[in-house]
Design a protein around this ligand. Structure first.
Ligand SMILES: [Zn+2]
Length: 163
């Protein structure tokens, strides 16, 4: 994301928060760049979330995560990539997979599915169209309950289909 935050600085900041008893909320973007394939985007988010959980556990720091599937915002660099078919936002199934792989990590996860009206047409995370509503509803419910079973019982023909 080119935020200029080194791992060393991140660790220092986490230690400072831990010493003050302050909770860390980490915002994790899913597939934020055209260089990432769908699979890369999933793996990167899983690694990042595990890293946040492990850092919290090591430092005695309370951590939680906000998982943000990337959408294509109007006027962004991603819009250009999206229009030249170099980028598509992550699928909802990918978000489900990421969360399921974090089960047992002890990391509360909220999912941010709101584009605040900023996305270009067709530029949001989605599935086949038939199951989108059910999967979105389950993800929203999960955010409130942290109940993984809500995500395990979902199915659709599009689930295992490559994109
Ligand atoms: Zn579907």
């Amino acid at each position: 994301m080119r935020k200029g935050l080194s791992e060393q600085t991140f660790q220092k900041l986490c230690a400072l928060l831990a010493s003050k008893g302050v909770r860390l909320k980490a915002y994790v973007m899913v597939k934020p760049d055209p260089s990432l394939s769908e699979r890369d985007g999933i793996e990167e988010a899983v690694r990042t979330l595990r890293h946040v959980a492990a850092t919290g556990a090591r430092l005695g720091l309370a951590v939680c995560a906000h998982l943000n599937p990337t959408y294509v915002a109007k006027g962004s660099r991603l819009e250009t990539e999206f229009r030249s078919k170099n980028y598509s936002p992550p699928r909802l199934w990918s978000i489900v997979e990421i969360i399921l792989r974090l089960e047992g990590a002890g990391l509360p996860i909220q999912v941010g599915l709101d584009t605040e009206g900023l996305a270009v047409r067709g530029g949001t995370f989605r599935n086949c169209g038939l199951c989108d509503e059910a999967v979105r509803r389950a993800l929203t419910k999960f955010s409130g309950t942290q109940d993984f079973s809500l995500l395990k019982n979902l199915s659709c023909l599009c689930r295992g289909r490559p994109i």
